[in-house]
Design a protein around this ligand. Structure first.
Ligand code: CP
Ligand code: NVA
Length: 308
């Protein structure tokens, strides 16, 4: 049975912990584990980090990549999704897909004999969350008991982040306006995993309540790719949700500042917060390389979670 990573909750807490350790191990000692393996990047939205970090990461571990840009394949348009999936699986070992609805990547994966990695959908961004937690682990060592506050849109990045952080026993706090909360299933999964792992989950509409005493403060754009027509309304609805000095003043001393990028300086985050010595934003981007090669090696069964 081919294993895919389509949603952050596809991974058990033990697998998430293992992927962070594996990513850190690859970072300290890159090895040619992916020699002779090919990864296709099938992208229907633009990308800087995800594309380049997959390409560089595969190269570090001896593998190769090919990039298929939004205008090239026409997933479900020029050709049926199931046909593209079956063809690509005959050429490459792994496929990273960036697309719109979650149902598109789910349909793609149903027909793919090659493992499929979600490289961002409207609902999920699991590779980003793994890189983010890997970056926090580099800073904090043990993550359980640490608190992470996300302020803003309950979007793809937020949905993956809260489930992944809760899986590691963190205290997760989310401040979103009511109509911009993540899907109910994501909230329930976060709550359940936090309970099981000794963490907690606070959901509020008040950014200051979420930020109070937090060890790390995270935000993302108010207008995700594909939502451009809602931009004006969103900029009104998210007033008060900016990651700024006032919010930083509520956190634990020297709390880390996080953003997945691209950022809109002056909108969801201030310029000063981005440039703060406590910002780990560019480390998050750098660590995409290592989290993702860990995922590829795991899905290809080249590394295995040790039995406890
Ligand atoms: N953070 C992130 O996924 O960036 P890109 O959209 O540039 O890949
Ligand atoms: N939420 C953003 C993340 C970009 C990496 C988007 O989907 O556009």
């Amino acid at each position: 049975m081919t294993r895919h990573l389509l949603d952050s909750s596809d991974l058990t807490p033990a697998e998430i912990g293992f992927l962070l350790d594996t990513g850190l191990e690859f970072k300290s000692r890159p090895q040619k584990l992916l020699e002779g393996r090919h990864l296709a990047l099938l992208f229907e939205k633009p990308s800087l980090r995800t594309r380049v970090s997959f390409q560089v990461g595969m190269h570090h571990l001896g593998g190769e990549t090919l990039y298929l840009a939004p205008e090239e394949v026409g997933l479900g348009d020029r050709e049926a999704i199931k046909d593209v999936a079956r063809v690509l699986a005959r050429y490459v070992d792994v496929v990273a897909v960036r697309t719109f609805g979650q149902s598109i990547i789910e349909e793609y994966a149903r027909f793919s004999d090659a493992p499929v990695v979600n490289a961002l959908t409207d609902d999920q961004h699991p590779c980003q969350a793994l890189a983010d937690l890997l970056t926090l682990k580099e800073r904090f060592g043990e993550l359980s008991g640490r608190s992470l506050a996300f302020i803003g849109d309950g979007n793809n990045v937020c949905s993956s982040l809260i489930v992944t952080a809760a899986s590691l026993g963190m205290h997760v706090r989310l401040a979103s306006p009511d109509r911009y909360r993540p899907a109910e299933a994501v909230l329930e999964e976060t709550e359940a995993r936090a309970d099981e792992q000794g963490g907690s989950f606070l959901l509020t509409a008040d950014p200051e309540e979420a930020a109070a005493g937090a060890d790390a403060l995270y935000t993302d754009t108010w207008v995700s790719m594909g939502q451009e027509r809602e931009a004006e309304q969103r900029r009104i609805d998210f007033v008060g949700y900016r990651l700024d000095q006032e919010l930083v003043d509520r956190t634990a001393p020297d709390a880390l500042i996080m953003h997945d990028l691209p950022a809109h300086r002056g909108e969801e985050i201030t310029d000063a917060a981005m440039e703060s010595p406590n910002s780990i934003i560019f480390d998050q981007a750098a660590n995409r390389v290592w989290a993702q090669v860990a995922v590829v090696a795991f899905l290809l069964e080249l590394v295995e979670v040790p039995s406890s």
